[in-house]
Design a protein. Structure first.
Length: 532
């Protein structure tokens, strides 16, 4: 086996403020049944993240640790695949066998501290927070240690059912029909690598080359403007090396554009591809930006894009006000069936900003992504292909339960799960558009999803059935919200799903619990739909 080498490049202490730190009370960090001791520097909490020193974690997980004071590097080595972890950098990219991964570091009492979840997952393990016992539990990961941003070539979907010329994106219609909205203006653009037209030309480039427009600022959501930072990774602001304009991070020191960030623009554009799930944070960035723009009397223009799941699947419990966070920003079901333009109008019922949607041409509600003739552009590191997007909600709901995804959201399972029995229960449910293939992974049991009909497949409903049947077979513990809202409840939009699972309700009974509110939402959303 190859040696796995991880080099942590640390920022100088003067550049790493340690504001808002506090010592956690009676928090234990365990790997399997072994408690990890921190003799030199206890874990601290900053912005709801547990920061830990690298050495005790790495050594407990079997890594050799070395320190090079001259280069400010901590070297970690183990007999496994070669990986390179760079802390404090802005990019995350795969170069052959090496991965440069952004992970923020802090210097506290002369000790290098990193977010526990980041370092553990980077080393190829999983983290679970047990609120009741205040234990951070580290376990072996179900999936590969660190996925490459671009995986091996995936099977291509069927050819588009409609001509490629039929659908024009909002960023194309902007220049053909709505150019007057930006002509003579100083423009700010919220975007990332997905903000391209059908020819793959970025909206950044088109605005920069437009002699009637002055592009003065860029804003990046989670994962950064290039989409390479891993989920939850802190992203820094910087100056664009080519255009010499600021690139403001909306997933770093702030998630809301500040007054200073908006001071040099006349209009704010949004051009980011969504994936159709309530908790996918790009739509949260849109929501926060609309609120900030209203405060500064700046118009917002949303360049519309397709919902890759189509506009007819609307499913799941509605997020409740006490549980609205950046991971679920409004009272939406899990699968909302709306485009980003339609969502901006829905959000605006509470915000009242000056919002204009530049609509697509040729788009209809019954289209799924393959019907648009567009090429899928990877929206985030774990969603490289459209089949991952389709199954995202079906396999990605189990945070804090032990139920986890693998193979870029095409597999779901957990330890102690009987793969055959799990597949049998799911297949007998006759969920539309999907078959479940028993497929163990190491010590974990699970199923591979085979999407048979992407038009009828209901990912949110499928995800609820996955959780309910996994609970019946393994009786996993559900994380509970206390002083803070746990991630499971953030994703579910309330604590009710956890209560239903612990009560042993069947998936059909769980569906019945949210049916009335879901029907009410379907009626409400009609006011904001732009396409038939």
């Amino acid at each position: 086996m190859r040696k796995r080498q991880i080099a942590a490049v640390l920022l100088a202490a003067s550049l790493l403020p340690t504001l808002g730190l506090s010592a956690p009370s009676k928090i234990q960090v365990k790997y399997d049944q072994t408690e990890i001791n921190f003799p030199d520097q206890r874990p601290v909490i900053q912005n709801d993240r547990t920061l830990v020193p690298i050495r005790p974690i790495a050594e407990t997980l079997g890594f050799e640790v070395g320190w090079d004071a001259g280069s400010l590097k901590v070297g970690l080595q183990k007999q496994t695949n070669q990986v390179e972890l760079v802390i404090g950098q802005k990019i995350a990219q795969r170069n052959g066998e090496s991965l440069e991964l952004e992970v923020p570091a802090q210097i506290i009492n002369d000790r290098t501290m990193v977010p526990l979840r980041f370092i553990v997952e980077a080393l190829g393990y999983e983290v679970d927070w047990q609120e009741q016992n205040r234990i951070v539990q580290i376990t072996d990961a179900l999936s590969a240690p660190i996925p490459a941003p671009v995986p091996p070539q995936q099977p291509q979907p069927e050819q588009p059912a409609k001509p490629a010329e039929m659908v024009q994106l909002g960023n194309e219609v902007l220049f053909s029909d709505y150019h007057h909205l930006i002509k003579g203006k100083k423009v700010g653009l919220i975007t990332n690598q997905s903000g391209v037209n059908r020819e793959g030309i970025s909206t950044i480039q088109r605005l920069w080359q437009d002699s009637d427009v002055q592009l003065t600022a860029l804003y990046g959501p989670e994962h950064g403007i290039d989409g390479k930072a891993l989920a939850g990774a802190y992203v820094e602001s910087y100056t664009h090396p080519q255009y010499q304009i600021p690139v403001y991070s909306l997933y770093g020191a702030t998630r809301t554009p500040t007054k200073d960030m908006l001071s040099n623009i006349d209009v704010l554009l949004f051009d980011v591809q969504d994936v159709g799930a309530r908790w996918y944070t790009y739509i949260s960035t849109l929501n926060y930006a609309m609120k900030a723009a209203k405060e500064q009397n700046i118009p917002v223009i949303v360049l519309d894009r397709p919902n890759p799941l189509g506009g007819t699947i609307v499913e799941g419990p509605i997020a409740e006000d006490p549980y609205l966070t950046f991971v679920g920003v409004d009272n939406l079901p899990m699968a909302h069936g709306m485009t980003v333009g339609e969502l901006s109008l829905f959000f605006n019922r509470k915000i009242g900003a000056d919002v204009t949607v530049v609509p697509m041409k040729g788009y209809t509600r019954n289209m799924i992504f393959k019907d648009t003739g567009l090429k899928w552009v990877q929206t985030s590191p774990m969603l490289p292909a459209i089949d991952s997007v389709i199954s995202y909600m079906a396999t990605g709901l189990g945070d804090g339960t032990g139920v986890a995804q693998s193979d870029y959201f095409r597999w779901v399972g957990s330890k102690g799960l009987d793969s055959n029995r799990f597949a049998e229960l799911l297949n007998k449910a006759n969920l539309p558009g999907v078959k479940f293939i028993p497929q163990p992974k190491g010590t974990s049991g699970g199923v591979k999803l085979e999407i048979t009909d992407p038009y009828t497949f209901n990912p949110a409903k499928t995800g609820i059935y996955v959780l309910a049947y996994a609970k019946s077979l393994t009786n996993f513990k559900v994380s509970k919200s206390g002083e803070t809202v746990v991630m499971f409840d953030k994703i579910m939009g309330s604590n009710k799903m956890g209560q239903h699972l612990e009560a042993g309700l069947s998936p059909q009974e769980i569906e019945a619990k949210y049916a009335a509110e879901l029907n009410q939402f379907k009626k409400e959303r009609e006011k904001y739909l732009l396409y038939k």
